[in-house]
Ligand binder design. Structure first.
Ligand code: NAI
Ligand code: K
Length: 353
């Protein structure tokens, strides 16, 4: 519980305040067992400081697992800035925040998240070296949705192989819910692999984009229609919580693999999916291409190197699906076990000398 900070397993939680700019931020470092903690900064109008704290504790823990399975030498962290970005965001506020990040001396690297953008990272970088997700002009990795989509496609191939025997979506019907930055790239990879794509988005501009660029894609009214559609694979690429007590019983797909974070609405949904014979490729495993892309900046950004690393999401997903079968647990549980094993085994090395 957050009433007892020592019970959450975090290494460090830092509260930051700058009255001049109105900055109130919390940086959560869950683990540096594998290396410096990397995770984005969320700028969001939380209802209370408790809500901001709960979110940063959750998100930083999630990043530790994601980075561990992405094969990165990075631990897990995340930050939240508490406030309305439309009213509060300014150069001085972002720079004040950057100075707090700098003060951690590299224990935490930041990146973009909800409410923060590449241009904001460029501003933060004027105060600290410990920032990724900067613009290409500043040596950054730019838009991380490119490798996020590539990684989701690789994870989906591994899931297809597990269920149907071949690592391809050729001839399968794939439902893409959300045609934003990731959904658009993913649609292209699926069409290149000769899949049939059925899609939906609440934004008319996204629907128009599909009609203009990929007229062969079938559009349905909403996500509920996609869930009920005759599809082989469901790819949630919009918001979290796509898999809940209503959608899972209605789902006709045999595989779920998509980009959205926190797809399982609550604990226990992974079991419901398994009971229905639906193979769920864990969200944080298949959507790690984005963090792989920005993490590459720390070495000096090289797109081809980052892409190779994101391609390995195919192998990791395969390994997790096999482990799940061997241990008789849902893939989400197998993924957590594998991440915990890497953090423990590699983390231990750092205590030897
Ligand atoms: P985005 O904001 O560009 O796209 C989301 C799309 O979903 C928008 O077009 C929006 O209109 C649509 N949408 C929202 N609610 C919907 C609904 N109820 N039904 C249908 N469509 C709906 O976001 P982006 O970057 O494409 O990310 C998609 C998901 O993937 C998010 O959950 C994000 O957290 C996650 N993700 C993104 C990464 C990245 O590098 N961009 C990395 C890892 C995860
Ligand atoms: K820990």
């Amino acid at each position: 519980s957050i009433d007892d900070p020592s019970s959450t397993g975090h290494e460090q939680v830092v509260f930051c305040q700058d009255t001049q700019t109105g900055l109130r931020a919390i940086i959560g470092i869950y683990s540096t067992a594998l290396g410096p903690a990397l995770g984005g900064t969320r700028f969001y109008p939380y209802a209370s400081e408790e809500a901001a704290l709960a979110d940063v504790l959750d998100l930083s823990r999630g990043m530790a697992y994601k980075n561990a399975l992405a094969g990165l030498d990075l631990g897990g962290g995340k930050a939240v800035i508490w406030g309305d970005p439309d009213q509060l965001k300014s150069e001085p506020l972002l720079r004040a925040y950057g100075r707090f990040v700098e003060s951690l001396n590299g224990r935490y690297y930041t990146a973009c998240d909800v409410g923060t953008y590449v241009a904001d990272m460029d501003v933060i970088a004027r105060e600290t070296r410990y920032v990724t997700g900067r613009s290409v002009e500043h040596g950054g990795a730019g838009d991380s949705s490119v490798l996020t989509a590539w990684g989701v496609f690789q994870g989906m191939r591994a899931a297809a192989e597990h269920v149907w025997g071949a690592p391809t979506l050729n001839g399968r019907r794939v439902g893409v819910a959300g045609l934003g930055k990731v959904g658009k790239h993913l649609t292209r990879h699926l069409l290149d692999d000769h899949a049939e794509v059925v899609a939906t988005d609440v934004d008319p501009r996204a629907r128009e984009w599909v009609r203009a660029n990929h007229p062969q894609v079938e559009l349905v009214d909403d996500a509920a229609a996609l869930v009920a559609a005759d599809i082989d694979v469901y790819a949630p690429c919009a918001l979290g919580g796509a898999l809940d007590d209503d959608t899972v019983p209605a789902l006709r797909a045999k595989v779920v693999a998509g980009a959205a974070n926190n797809q399982l609405a609550h604990p226990g949904i992974e079991k419901l999916l398994a009971d229905r014979g639906i193979l769920y490729a864990p969200d944080y495993v298949v959507n790690a291409g984005g963090v792989i892309q920005v993490a590459d900046e720390i070495e000096g950004f090289n797109f081809e190197r980052a892409k190779l690393r994101a391609t390995r999401i195919y192998d990791t997903t395969r390994q997790i699906l096999r482990l799940a079968d061997d241990e008789g647990v849902p893939p989400a549980v197998a993924a957590d076990r594998l991440a915990e094993r890497r953090m423990a085994e590699v983390g231990r090395l750092r205590t030897i000398h």
